[in-house]
Design a protein around this ligand. Structure first.
Ligand code: GLA
Length: 665
C-alpha cells in the first residue's frame, strides 16, 4: 500500500521495546549540574523514559574550531543510563557556533534580497556550504565514535527541523550543478522553464542564478526547481550525517524531526531516508479545530512511516511563545492530545522541552516542568500522562491504524500551485487539504495520506483535495485505480499542470476530463473572499468553474449567477469531480455519503460531534474533544485499559475524556 523500506533497517521498535517512549528535549547545558539531579528525580516521578539531548549543543561541545568538550555529555549520558532513561542523541548541526560564521562567512545563508542571516539566533547555515558540511561531518563523526557504544543511546536525531533557504553564491553554484544533473543541457532547461516568455532564454549555465529578488513576477518553473533543489540539498546534509552515525551504529535507528505540514521539505522523499519518522506538533489550544489539525498531522506522519508507528518528537505541555497571543493548554488538553497521538499511531510522545528555560528566546515557551516547578499543574498533568502511557504501552506499541481512505498530497504540486500569477490568492493549498481532512474527520472516518504515485489498490476511497500538478505517472495511477473499481473524488484545480508547471491542453489533462465527463472547461471562476456560490443543496466557497459536461454526469449544479445550470459536482461511475469547495458541513455530508457507497463506515454509529473514534490494533480509542460530558453507546462488553473499568453498552466521556477500549472475552 505504502512504500516498503528497502533495507533491513532498525526501527522505532528497537527504541521502544514494548513501551511508549515518553519524555522530551532535554537541554542540560542550560542548567548547573546540581539541577540535573533534580531533573532525574522528576523524570522518574513522571515516567520519563527518553530524552533528546544535544540538539543545540554545538558551541558547548566545540567552543572553538576543533576543540572537543565532551566531559559534561559523558556525565549526562552516564546519569541517564544509571536511571534507565534512554537518550535520543542529536547532532548539534542546526545551530553552528559563532566562530563558524566569523571564520567562514560563506556558511551564513542569504535571503532572496541578498541579506545575510547572521549568527545570534539558530539555523544560520547554508546547506550548500562546503565549510559547514565539513565541520558538521567532523562533529558528527566524533559524537558517533564517542557515544556509539554508550548503553544509554537509543536513537540518533539529526539536526533539527531542516528549513533554511539560501540564495547566496555557493548555493547558486550548487543549484547549477543540480540543474545540470536534471536537464543535461541548457536547451532542455530552457524548454522546461518556458524561457521563451519574457526573453529569459539562457545561453549557458553560468547565467543561471537562484530566483533572487527581481523587478516583477519570476519564472514559475525556475522557482519550482529552486524549491526542489533546496529540499534535496537539505536532504543531502541530513543523509551525510546519517551515513556517518550509521557507519558507527548500524543497529541504532536514525530520525530527523519534520515540521507540521511544512512547505519546504518533500517529506515523502525524506521519510524514505529515515528509520523513524518523527514530527513536531503545535496546534493552537484556542483553535476549535486544533484537534483536527493534530489528527491531520498524525495521519500524514503515520503514512510517511509507511503506516507503521511514528514518533511525536515535540509538542508543548503548555503555551508556545511564537504566536501573537499564546495561551496555555486548559486542564486535560495535554493528556487528550497526547492520547490522540497514540490512537493515531504514535509509539513515542515527547515534548519540547523537559524544563522550561529561564533565559533565551524561548523562556516563555512551556516545558514539562514549567516555571511553577513540580507543584505546578503542568507537571502534575505530565505525571498522569506518563503513568497512563506506561499502562497501555504493551497493548499498543507496534500495532497499526487501518484506513480504507487515502488523501493524496504532494509537495511539487503544492510548490507549483502556490506561485505568483495565479487566478486567486485566496486559494491556500494547505487550507484546502485541511478542509477535506476535516470533512472526513468530522464524519468520524480515519484517513491515511498517500503520494499520487503510490499503489492505491488497498484503499476503497481516494480523495484528492487539490493536485494542481500531476505527473503522467500519477494520472495513469488514478485512472488505473478507478478502472480497478476504486472510488476517486477530486477537488478543483486538479490535473491542471504537468511536472514542468506547463498548463495541460484544455486546462485539465484530457484523460482526467474524460474520466469525469468534462467536455470543455471553459473558464475558472474564483470567488471573492467571503463570497459563496449557490449550488443545488449546498454553497460553494473559494472557487467555481464553467464546465460543459457530457450528458448525465452532473450530480449537483450551480444555481443563479453566471454559472446557473452548469455542473458543480460531476460523477461518472467511480470518479467524482467537485469544482468548488463546499462549505464544511456539505463537504462532510458529500464525502460521508460517497464513503458509505464505497463500503467505508465509521467505527461506531451515532457518535456525538466532537468525539473522535480510532481503531488501533484491536483497541478502540474514543476521545472527547469537547468540554461537555457525552455518553457514547458502544455495543458489547469492553474494558477501558486506562482505568481497568468494565464498559457495558455505554460509556460516559467527561470534559476532554478518553477511553481505550479492549473487547472483553
Ligand atoms: C520547534 C523547535 C524547538 C522549539 C520549538 C518551540 O519545534 O524544534 O527547538 O523551538 O519549536 O515551539
Amino acid at each position: 500500500m505504502d512504500p516498503t523500506p528497502t533495507r533491513n533497517a532498525p526501527s522505532l521498535a528497537d527504541a521502544t521495546r514494548g513501551r511508549i517512549l515518553f519524555g522530551g528535549d532535554y537541554n542540560p547545558e542550560q542548567w548547573p549540574e546540581e539541577t540535573w539531579q533534580e531533573d532525574v528525580r522528576l523524570m522518574k516521578e513522571a515516567g520519563v523514559n527518553s530524552v533528546t539531548v544535544g540538539v543545540f549543543s554545538w558551541a558547548k561541545l566545540e567552543p572553538r574550531p576543533g576543540a572537543r568538550e565532551f566531559g559534561w555529555l559523558d556525565r549526562l549520558m552516564d546519569l541517564m543510563h544509571e536511571h534507565g532513561i534512554g537518550v535520543v542523541l542529536a547532532t548539534p548541526t542546526a545551530s553552528p557556533p559563532p566562530w563558524m560564521g566569523r571564520l567562514h562567512p560563506e556558511t551564513l545563508p542569504r535571503d532572496e534580497d541578498g541579506r545575510v542571516e547572521w549568527w545570534g539566533s539558530r539555523q544560520h547555515f547554508s546547506h550548500s556550504s562546503a565549510a559547514y558540511r565539513r565541520h558538521a561531518a567532523a562533529v558528527t563523526e566524533d559524537l558517533a565514535a564517542r557515544y556509539g557504544s554508550h548503553p544509554a543511546l537509543t536513537m540518533w536525531h539529526i539536526n533539527n527541523e531542516y528549513c533554511t533557504f539560501d540564495y547566496g553564491d555557493e548555493a547558486a553554484a550548487a543549484f547549477r550543478r543540480w540543474l545540470q544533473d536534471k536537464y543535461g543541457t541548457v536547451e532542455a532547461l530552457n524548454r522546461a522553464w518556458g524561457t521563451a516568455f519574457w526573453s529569459q532564454g539562457y545561453d549557458g549555465w553560468h547565467e543561471v542564478l537562484p530566483p533572487r529578488h527581481a523587478h516583477y513576477m519570476k519564472n514559475p518553473t525556475h522557482v519550482l526547481d529552486f524549491k526542489r533543489f533546496t529540499s534535496d540539498m537539505l536532504l543531502e546534509c541530513y543523509a551525510a550525517e546519517r551515513d556517518i552515525v550509521r557507519r558507527h551504529t548500524p543497529h541504532i535507528p536514525v530520525t530527523t524531526n519534520f515540521m507540521p505540514l511544512w512547505v519546504g521539505q518533500d517529506a515523502w522523499k525524506w521519510a524514505a531516508e529515515e528509520d523513524v519518522v518523527s514530527v513536531d506538533s503545535y496546534p493552537d489550544p484556542r483553535d476549535p479545530l486544533g484537534a483536527q489539525d493534530n489528527a491531520l498531522l498524525q495521519d500524514m506522519t503515520r503514512s510517511q512511516a509507511a503506516g507503521g508507528p511514528w514518533m511525536l518528537m515535540e509538542q508543548a505541555a503548555g503555551p508556545v511563545n511564537w504566536r501573537g497571543v499564546n495561551h496555555p493548554k486548559p486542564r486535560g488538553l495535554n493528556r487528550l492530545w497526547s492520547l490522540q497521538a497514540v490512537a493515531r499511531g504514535a509509539d513515542a510522545v515527547c515534548y519540547f522541552q523537559w524544563r522550561q528555560s529561564r533565559q533565551g528566546a524561548e523562556k516563555f515557551h512551556s516545558g514539562m516542568v514549567s516555571h511553577a516547578g513540580e507543584r505546578g499543574r503542568t507537571f502534575q498533568e505530565v505525571k498522569r500522562i506518563g503513568a497512563e502511557l506506561a499502562r497501555i504501552g504493551t497493548e499498543v506499541t507496534g500495532t497499526p491504524v487501518l484506513s480504507d481512505i487515502a488523501i493524496l498530497h504532494e509537495w511539487n504540486s503544492w510548490w507549483a500551485g502556490a506561485q505568483d500569477g495565479r487566478l486567486s490568492s485566496e486559494v491556500d493549498y494547505a487550507e484546502v487539504v485541511r478542509a477535506w481532512h476535516r470533512a472526513l474527520w468530522e464524519a468520524h472516518l480515519t484517513t491515511a495520506f498517500a503520494h499520487p504515485e503510490h499503489d492505491l489498490t488497498g484503499y476503497r476511497l481516494v480523495v484528492v483535495p487539490q493536485l494542481y500538478l500531476l505527473t503522467d505517472a500519477a494520472i495513469d495511477n488514478l485512472l488505473a485505480y478507478v478502472r480497478g473499481g476504486g472510488t476517486l473524488v477530486c477537488g478543483f484545480l486538479t490535473g491542471v499542470a504537468d511536472e514542468d508547471d506547463r498548463v495541460r491542453p484544455g486546462g485539465m489533462d484530457v484523460r482526467l476530463r474524460e474520466l469525469f465527463g468534462i467536455r470543455t472547461l471553459h473558464e475558472w471562476w474564483p470567488l471573492d473572499a467571503g463570497s459563496t456560490a449557490e449550488c443545488e443543496g449546498f454553497r460553494g466557497t473559494l472557487w467555481s468553474e464553467e464546465i460543459e459536461a457530457e450528458d448525465g454526469v452532473a450530480a449537483a449544479r450551480y444555481e443563479g449567477g453566471e454559472l446557473h445550470g452548469l455542473p458543480a459536482v460531476l460523477r461518472r461511475g467511480g470518479a467524482w469531480y467537485v469544482s468548488t469547495l463546499p462549505e464544511p458541513e456539505a463537504l462532510r455530508d458529500l464525502l460521508a455519503r460517497i464513503a458509505e457507497d464505497a463500503g467505508v463506515r465509521p467505527p461506531l454509529d451515532g457518535l456525538p460531534a466532537g468525539v473522535e473514534p480510532v481503531r488501533r490494533g484491536g483497541l478502540l480509542f474514543l476521545l472527547n474533544h469537547g468540554r461537555d460530558a457525552v455518553t457514547v453507546s458502544v455495543p458489547g462488553r469492553h474494558r477501558d485499559l486506562l482505568t481497568g473499568a468494565d464498559v457495558a453498552e455505554t460509556v460516559e466521556l467527561g470534559r476532554y475524556g478518553v477511553v481505550v477500549l479492549e473487547e472483553s472475552q
